[in-house]
Design a protein around this ligand. Structure first.
Ligand SMILES: [Zn+2]
Ligand SMILES: [Zn+2]
Length: 417
């Protein structure tokens, strides 16, 4: 039987988060003035202050990533080169590190990492939306706008997403389509670290939008990695009563302090679906919405067991290819369960994520439990794998030195795992 721990955040109604923020927020067009035009006139980009080689983390095969010197890429027409200021570890990177990734990491050795912010240091031919020195966040894909899915308002399923990797490096070359559609200038008061959350937050914003959560709904979140914690926080901001299930003590603490869940349940000895329903739903009928944020078939199955009749299950965590679950057809039909499994983000959600961070509506930075220089990427992934860390912020080594050892007062949350 799970131990049921109720936190103090009982049913504090919070105003609904607008799901469609003003389109102008976080996506203001670049000013027409400045040096971009002069740069764009030349075919060969000027790379002032950019070293010819850079440190980069390359993925060779599962379990084998290397921190190496490689030539600094030069931006071609429509492309940008950014100097990475902050990269974040992600559960997807961890999965890819352990077992490879046929879609994400196609040609080996492959650049690695996909959540980052940086500073524009070179402009490819024709780029006039950005200027040198601007801070930007770069999403890891952009839809083509031309395929069947793009034409049917499902750009997250675009046939040509071409996922971008290479955030774990000193410099990142941004492909033209992402420059055009999914690179956003950072407002001055948004930190590099907070803005690096735009990618995972945009995925969560889309995931929560599809759950149609309104004030007072009872929402259960299974799994409290960074994604589960963000989903729990978003559900709270939408006014739901949120119960969270997790095994890891550090993350359960964040479910309380960061997500402000109404109840945090320790399921380290397994999920007792009936006991959880009995404890947290009227007459044990089950939750209005259940969100699975683990990515395991057995937790998908558990999610289906804890939803009420007429409720919605969001299987949000992607499972390993080739796995399957059993569906009780009677329950699905006669109990009228809605089952969704949203994937990825759209440009609208990326903009919404930045607007939300910039407005202070959601500060994701408490999820960063550790900060490390890029050269310690392996240790960073190990800490996440072992549940010692939630998100690790990686700094190019020189920036890490300058931030924590040259300038004095600001100290890392925890440099040692
Ligand atoms: Zn990610
Ligand atoms: Zn497309």
């Amino acid at each position: 039987m799970s131990s049921l721990v109720t936190s103090s955040h009982t049913a504090t109604p919070t105003p609904n988060v607008p799901l469609h923020p003003a389109a102008s927020q976080g996506s203001a067009p670049a000013s027409a003035s400045g040096g971009a035009t002069a740069m764009a006139a030349s075919a060969a980009p000027t790379m002032t202050g950019v070293a010819p080689t850079m440190k980069s983390v390359l993925f060779y095969q599962p379990g084998d990533i290397r921190y190496e010197d490689i030539p600094t890429p030069k931006p071609g027409p429509g492309e940008l080169l950014i100097r990475v200021r902050r990269a974040l570890t992600c559960g997807t990177d961890l999965k890819a590190f352990r077992r490879g990734h046929p879609v994400l990491l196609k040609n080996l050795p492959s650049p690695f990492g996909h959540e980052c912010t940086g500073e524009v240091v070179a402009l490819g031919q024709g780029v006039d939306r950005f200027e040198l020195g601007e801070r930007v966040m770069v999403a890891n894909s952009a839809p083509c706008g031309d395929c069947f899915y793009c034409h049917h308002d499902q750009p997250n399923l675009c046939d040509q997403l071409d996922l971008l990797n290479g955030a774990y490096a000193e410099y990142l070359k941004v492909p033209a389509r992402i420059v055009e559609k999914n690179t956003l200038r950072l407002p001055p008061d948004v930190s590099d670290e907070a803005a690096a959350f735009c990618e995972p937050l945009s995925v969560c914003l889309r995931g929560i939008e599809l759950c149609q959560i309104s004030a007072g709904k009872r929402v259960l979140i299974i799994g409290i990695g960074a994604i589960g914690l963000l989903m729990a926080r978003l559900a709270k901001l939408n006014g739901a009563q949120v119960v969270v299930l997790g095994r890891n003590a550090l993350k359960r603490e964040l479910a309380d302090t960061f997500a402000q869940a109404d109840a945090v349940v320790d399921v380290s000895s397994g999920i007792d679906a009936e006991a959880i329903k009995a404890a947290y739903t009227p007459e044990g009928i089950g939750f209005d919405v259940v969100i699975e944020a683990v990515g395991q078939p057995h937790t998908w199955q558990a999610a289906l067991a804890m939803v009420r009749r007429g409720g919605l299950v969001n299987c949000f965590g992607g499972c390993e290819s080739g796995t399957s679950i059993e569906l009780d057809t009677r329950r699905l039909h006669y109990d009228e369960i809605t089952l969704i499994s949203p994937f990825h983000h759209t440009p609208r959600h990326v903009r919404h994520a930045l607007a939300m961070i910039a407005s202070g509506q959601l500060d994701p930075t408490p999820l960063i439990t550790h900060r490390r220089p890029l050269s310690q990427v392996r240790q960073a992934l190990r800490d996440v794998a072992e549940g010692q860390a939630v998100k690790v912020a990686l700094y190019p080594d020189a920036l890490f030195e300058a931030t924590f050892f040259d300038e004095g007062p600001q100290q890392p949350a925890a440099v040692e795992g």
